[in-house]
Design a protein around this ligand. Structure first.
Ligand code: PMP
Length: 288
């Protein structure tokens, strides 16, 4: 596998970053996870826009144009002869000294990795996921905006470990007010009484690209959407629940905190949304 690193394609084993990079020292950097389907990059513009917004929010000046980054993403897929896969784009603050200030980091680093994807096993889509609320709360958006897809995922990693310790694959995370924020790597949705509900960004949700595809689908299907604060109770009594993410796509949830959701089987509306999502994936995308 070849990895793009600061202007060159290098073998995966030689793709190395300095130990003085503030991405390593402080988690000072941003990233994107993007999907390649049948030789087409899905929603590339949206991912690159989110990357630019993340950079702007953390005052990281990217010296590359959107087109240059788009070309790097496509070239990384071509060099690795990938048709389907997962692309990881990383921008670190760059090499600096041991102080916190990024002033000593003059040049950010750009990394692009494209590889085959370890998807959730197919049975999860048929049978649905069981998830659990964990003690670790989502970082307060006044401390670090959840809109910034930063290299500092320790908060989500802690939540993931807590779920894992309890035998669950995914964790529901609440914000510091006790409202539902999102899962560790996915946005959360419910259907209740023919409306689609999802937490607003200010509740601690990342502006997920898959989330925005689902909102487009809802609009096209004339399903009313409510972006409002949700409690755990709202999730427990929902008719259906599903998660969205670049890797997970649209995945049904059948149990939350030991309570079956609806009938305790993947919901029909969720199945329609998953089908719609997959048909959009087949139609849209930036060709390599
Ligand atoms: N929330 C978090 C915390 C994430 O890391 C991700 C991405 N894996 C998502 C939500 C889903 O976003 P997207 O649909 O853009 O992948």
């Amino acid at each position: 596998m070849k990895v793009y690193l600061d202007g060159q394609f290098v073998d995966a084993d030689d793709a190395k970053i300095s130990v003085f990079d503030h991405g390593l020292l402080y988690g000072d950097g941003i990233f994107e996870g993007i999907r390649l389907y049948q030789g087409c990059v899905f929603r590339l513009e949206e991912h690159l826009e989110r990357l630019e917004y993340s950079a702007k929010a953390i005052l990281l000046k990217m010296p590359w144009s959107r087109q240059e980054i788009a070309d790097i993403v496509c070239e990384t897929c071509r060099v690795n002869e990938l048709e389907n896969g997962y692309i990881r784009l990383v921008v670190t603050r760059g090499k600096g000294n041991l102080g916190l200030s990024p002033k000593t980091c003059s040049v950010p680093s750009l990394v692009c990795i494209a590889d085959h994807l370890a998807l959730y096993p197919a049975e999860y889509y048929q049978e649905g996921l069981k998830i659990i609320t964990v003690p670790t709360r989502r970082i307060n958006s006044a401390a670090l905006s959840p809109g910034v897809k930063s290299m500092n995922y320790l908060n989500n990693i802690m939540a993931k470990m807590e779920a894992d310790q309890l035998g669950y694959i995914e964790a529901l995370m609440l914000n510091d007010q006790g409202y539902v924020a999102e899962c560790t790597g996915d946005n959360v949705f419910i259907f209740h009484k023919d409306k689609l509900w999802t937490p607003p960004f200010h509740a601690g949700a990342l502006k997920g690209v898959t989330r925005s595809v689902v909102l487009d689908i809802a609009e096209d299907l004339s399903v009313p959407v409510m972006q409002e604060n949700l409690t755990r109770y709202d999730i427990w009594i929902a008719d259906e629940c599903f998660l969205t993410g670049t890797a997970a796509e649209v995945i049904p949830v059948v149990e939350v905190d030991g309570r079956p959701i609806g009938e305790g089987t993947p919901g029909k509306k969720t199945a329609t949304f998953l089908e719609e999502f997959r048909s959009r994936v087949a139609k849209e995308g930036t060709f390599l």
